[in-house]
Ligand binder design. Structure first.
Ligand code: FES
Ligand SMILES: [Fe+2]
Length: 399
């Protein structure tokens, strides 16, 4: 792409057509995309989800599975949730506490909280087992402002700290690492390709029409920045009108300024997009993250969790409740939009998007995908069995 990209405004004559429709319905392409998920940073949880020694949270992603656990020295560790004996899940619950060891439910191998093997069941039936050689395999992890990121395979992104460095100063104002969980994790299946979810989320052009609550909350004060170097930032500053929507009207009344926040963020919702599939958002009352993963070419999981200040007062609690109402409505509205967008691509008459300048974030996000898998540039539907070859030959050409 040799268009001259300005930070907030698209270049002239940019290609507004989006990714070709076939890319939303190709099982072969999905296999290539799954590698993107495994080789890029993913948010597994927040440090407050595992506050005490022995607390764990699991995170499954496209066949990979991690345990995030607080060890006896209170350090956060990340392991593959795979027993070194025959690969069973070590912990089967989504979240919980183990006393001082992880015990495999299959044959009873026992691991210390630092991952080393404590011992096998019937050790007399094995040659000597070294506790480090048979330790749980670690998953790369990094903590950023309290969010625990994991990466299942090495990949092209830098450290999370470097990736999110444009927002470091701003994020610090929220004291996110000190926040605590609210209502646990929210996980839902959606009958669409994962990219249809991301496409809807990557632009604010639809807010005025599709999200009466958000429109009432921040309306024309909403701003998107394009994806640059794997991250993007959006913000919506509350409008000064009272609000017609009851939750918004009351939210504007009850939301009060956190002392740590500068005036510019006091009445603002801020969103950080993290390629390929995560968003971290902050409101004056909460921080939260959400992400989507493919289950199959036409089914995705949406996963999210929200955190609050530990010392919130009654007014903040009410504001948080109202914000969650606005958010829930928005999610339901967006789900419908993703279905409409995704199903259109099966029609012969669908010939691509025609994006507004306000949807430039969709384009810059797609550019990140194209840079990893050039086969996205093929407009006409290829044969499924040619996709891998086409991708490799295009890759070779661009190298
Ligand atoms: S698979 Fe874990 S003890 Fe056998
Ligand atoms: Fe939306």
């Amino acid at each position: 792409m040799n268009e001259d990209v300005n930070k907030n405004s698209p270049p002239k004559n940019w290609d507004r057509s989006g990714l070709p429709g076939w890319t939303y319905h190709s099982p072969t392409l999905l296999e290539l995309e799954i590698e993107i998920f495994k080789t890029h940073w993913q948010i597994a949880c927040h440090v407050s989800d595992v506050p005490n020694a022995g607390d764990f949270k699991t995170f499954d992603l496209c066949g990979e599975r991690a345990i995030i656990i607080r060890d006896s020295s209170l350090k956060i560790k990340a392991f593959h949730n795979i027993c070194r004996h025959r690969g069973s899940r070590l912990v089967t619950q989504d979240q919980g506490t183990c006393k001082n060891a992880l015990i495999c439910p299959f044959h009873g191998w026992v691991y210390n909280l630092d991952g080393t093997l404590r011992g096998a069941a019937r050790p007399d039936t094995f040659p000597a087992l070294d506790k480090d050689e048979f330790a749980l395999r670690t998953v790369e992890h990094e903590i950023w402002n309290g969010f625990v990121f994991v990466r299942f395979k090495e990949g092209p992104q830098p450290s999370v700290k470097k990736l999110l460095s444009p927002y470091e100063q701003e994020a610090a104002c929220y004291n996110i690492a000190d926040q605590v969980p609210t209502d646990g994790f929210w996980v839902e299946h959606s009958p669409v390709n994962w990219k249809s979810i991301r496409d809807v989320d990557n632009e604010g052009y639809h807010v005025a029409m599709a999200h009466p609550g958000l429109q009432d909350l921040y309306g024309s004060n909403y701003r998107d920045e394009p994806y640059e170097n794997g991250v993007s930032r959006s913000e919506g500053q509350f409008t000064t009108s009272n609000g017609r929507h009851w939750a918004v009207r009351n939210y504007k009344k009850f939301s009060k300024q956190q002392t740590s926040l500068p005036k510019s963020l006091a009445k603002t919702w801020v969103y950080y997009g993290v390629f390929p599939n995560s968003v971290i958002a902050m409101t004056p009352e909460t921080s939260l993250f959400y992400q989507e993963f493919p289950v199959s070419v036409g089914e995705s999981i949406i996963r999210s969790a929200t955190y609050r200040y530990p010392n919130e007062d009654r007014q903040q609690k009410v504001a948080r409740y109202l914000a969650s109402r606005i958010d829930r409505e928005t999610v339901v509205e967006d789900q419908q939009l993703t279905i409409w967008s995704n199903e259109s691509m099966l029609s012969n008459s669908f010939d691509g998007f025609h994006l507004s300048d306000l949807e430039y974030g969709v384009r810059t996000y797609h550019d990140h995908l194209r840079a990893l898998l050039p086969v996205y540039n093929i407009k006409e539907t290829p044969n499924e069995n040619e996709i891998n070859h086409l991708n490799l030959s295009l890759d070779a050409k661009s190298a």
